[in-house]
Design a protein around this ligand. Sequence first.
Ligand SMILES: [Zn+2]
Length: 358
Amino acid sequence: MLVIFRRHLKNCEHFSDGRKWRRCRCPIHVEGSVGHESVRQALNLTSWEAAQQWVRDKEAGGTLHTPASVTLEEAVEKFFEDAPGRKLKPATIKKYRVVLIQLRVYANQRGVSLLKHVSVDFVRGFRTSWADGAISGAKKLERLRAFFRWCILSKWMSENPAAGVHSPVVEIVPTLPFEPKEVAAVLVHAKDPRWHALILLLRWSGLRIGDAMKLTGDDLNGDRLFVRTEKTGVRVYVPLPQNVAQELAALPLYAGYFFWNRAGESKIETATGNARRALRKIFEEASVKNGHPHRFRDTFAVELLKSGVPIETVSRLLGHSDIRITQRSYSPWVQSLQKILEDAVRRTWPKPTLQRVK
Ligand SMILES: [Zn+2]
């Protein structure tokens, strides 16, 4: 028989409750035996359902180590153990790490633990969950196919579940800022002070949600926020409205971080995923259609452009590596700015004489 339990982290508030407490997000361990094999290890799963499924699968298989009982987790681990021997470059390994970590998080959330349960449908769903553009999405899919080819060579799978999945179609996500009343409605429905502060932060800093999760207390200096963007590494300060800075400063920190609860969310992807889910729920409750965290960034950018801030400045604040990215995303608003300028000029022209109507 196999027993699963959570091994509580030192900073878990249920540390002293021991094994009987399972409703936190501490790492799940397994111990016990199947047939003549015994096991005592960390499962690298945070979902209790996924861990239970793992146990059911191993017990039903009657063994811990057959091709049919290889977990996705084990396969990914072995893949990276094998990578240096295959002379993969560190940069390539890093790219594999990005997609395979994401795959593990996705599988964990859906309670899929065994490699054999990774189906074509599953891979399609996984692809649909990506926020990447078409080009990086296609590259990611290629890495995924290579990973499953390697699993087939290892005799753990017979078919490649990513082979029949098409590359994402080039999709231009329209930039769509929120109306001020939509932002207000969202804030009313953000009952949790942390999500309330996160929404204000996204709206007034233009940060990507993933970058916001990485902010620490040290990044806030009075009302100035030190913004490091992951994509370009350029360092920029963004001033925040006083109420936003105050709300942020009032949040109790998680070991230094504003939003990343590292005790329960060891991976940044998990923390970002949890924040996205919380916001999705708030958008629904506020009846804001097509609510998406990225739209706060758009709102930040468009409001600046509408106020006449030059696009070069907006581009730097957004951390774009190339101003053409900013131009491409926000050209309709740059055009509307042009219209504002023209209207201003027109207003200075002499008006035709008004005639009083009875
Ligand atoms: Zn715990």
